[in-house]
Design a protein around this ligand. Sequence first.
Ligand SMILES: [Zn+2]
Length: 256
Amino acid sequence: MKCAEARKLLLLHLDSELGAQSALEVEQHLESCAECAGLFDAEKKFGDRIASALRKGESTPALWTTVGSRIRPAQRVVSIFGWPMAATASAAVVLLVAVWLVRASRPLDLATAAGECHNAYVQQITSPEFNGPLPEWIARELDNHLDAAAFDYRPTTSGFHTEGARFCHVANVPTALILGHYENVPVSLLVFNKSELSHFPKTKARLESGEPVVCSRTGRYQFAARFLDGHVVCMISEAPRPVLENLLKSVMHADG
Ligand SMILES: [Zn+2]
């Protein structure tokens, strides 16, 4: 199953509304795809929070701020906030559906996609698949969209510890994911072929305009990306931006 299909079924799966075969296929995809697993986890937590608030009959300002921030792209839905809060229960159901529709159709930019991937690592939903040389079974899965060398990049800054690596897809782009810690803070390093950058127009425009390191924030994570050889290397972590930027600048190929 591909990411696009898995994401279409994600919400149905969350509500246990899929048939056994489809549910199994989604489960299998979530096990092999860090990014979709991260997305699933985020949806689940968000749904749990709303459900629990509804059960308690609460509508905390913080919750509605979260809901509001998530549906801002769908302006026509925001008008629901004008309704009296007495209508909270039914409005919340409408909102929930609207929010999920908006989220499911939203194109991911690189920082967001990397954030979901990193979130799955932080939440221990995904973990490294290997440590050391690239296993034969992963090498067989690589085609001309990703080369084995992508798995050999590491930050050279002392204080960085590599836990291992895994192969994943980030917004359908085959990616080498190197997982580790810098001074006990989890860090994900993502490496993919430069030719795939067209999947992420915002980052592409900034890198190609000559910015040596493109930085942004996504949720509670800092994100930084740069070109290296024929690859795009990017890092994401809760570490402060200057720390992350230096860590990214120190990334080198193992043979280099
Ligand atoms: Zn996926």
